[in-house]
Design a protein around this ligand. Sequence first.
Ligand SMILES: NC(=O)c1ccc[n+]([C@@H]2O[C@H](COP(=O)([O-])OP(=O)(O)OC[C@H]3O[C@@H](n4cnc5c(N)ncnc54)[C@H](OP(=O)(O)O)[C@@H]3O)[C@@H](O)[C@H]2O)c1
Length: 279
Amino acid sequence: MLKIWITGSNGQIGTALNELIEPLDIEILNTDKDEIDIADTNEVIRFGEINRPDVIINCAAITDIKECANDKDQAFRVNALGPRNLCIVARKIGAKVVQISTDDIFDGTNDQPYNEFDHPNPKTVYGCSKKAGEDYVKEFTHKHFIIRSNWVYGKNGNNFVNELLNCKEKIFDVSSNQLGSPTSAKDLARAILYLISTSEYGTYHITCKGVCSRYEFAQAIKEKTGSLIELNDICSSTDEMIRPAYAVLDNFILRLVNEYEMPDWKESLDEYLKEIKEG
Ligand SMILES: NC(=O)c1ccc[n+]([C@@H]2O[C@H](COP(=O)([O-])OP(=O)(O)OC[C@H]3O[C@@H](n4cnc5c(N)ncnc54)[C@H](OP(=O)(O)O)[C@@H]3O)[C@@H](O)[C@H]2O)c1
């Protein structure tokens, strides 16, 4: 039976993976930071050597951009040395590694979707630490999938959809000049499970199809849920933006190598909203 170790298992992507894997004939080893701190080299190696998973999916990270800026050392410990540690043990036991990364490794100044061969140029501590994590993964193991996504939302998450739906104010500030492709954690998890069944290693951009602004994303959530919240277009300037203004990724290699299609972001949003409504 296939054995998968999911780190950061309580997060949005970890939760989505668990929901999809549960009915399958797969053994899951779930750890979050209370069980295994991925920045602790000895702990990671010991756990990996004892449990010998076939695949390690690293969903653990410090994803809060401000938290990373306030504590650069900890951001690099978790987002860079963490994946390095997982790759050290993966190599010893022959496991495949999935490292989840982000559009924040780009500077967001493009006017066309970034593909896997575009040059990274992170502007934030978060982006730099995630880029360093990617570099370590490439250095320490060949059997890897580096998966960059963006605007991910799922259960158990501090994400845009949940933030809007839980907002207690009458007005919600949102920018119309930040562009991306909203991607549900569940659709991302489906693509991850597909990829690990292959040996098509390398770097992938995986987001839902279609592009929208944050404002259009908010409008779609409002329309689909009947929320009465008022949207206020704040049209942020580049200085104010802490995330890339143009966060659009082209799923180039996924199309080329696997002919795997992601759903449109609106379909994906429908599925998510239906699931949270049903509880
Ligand atoms: N969310 C997005 O829009 C997005 C977009 C692109 C890529 N990604 C990437 O996707 C991955 C997963 O994202 P997500 O949205 O699922 O994040 P998430 O919901 O914040 O989950 C991350 C999990 O990692 C845990 N964690 C933090 N430090 C740890 C440590 N030292 N050891 C072990 N676990 C630790 C967190 O615990 P605490 O919550 O208790 O700290 C949390 O449960 C990350 O690598 C992220 O960079 C996310």
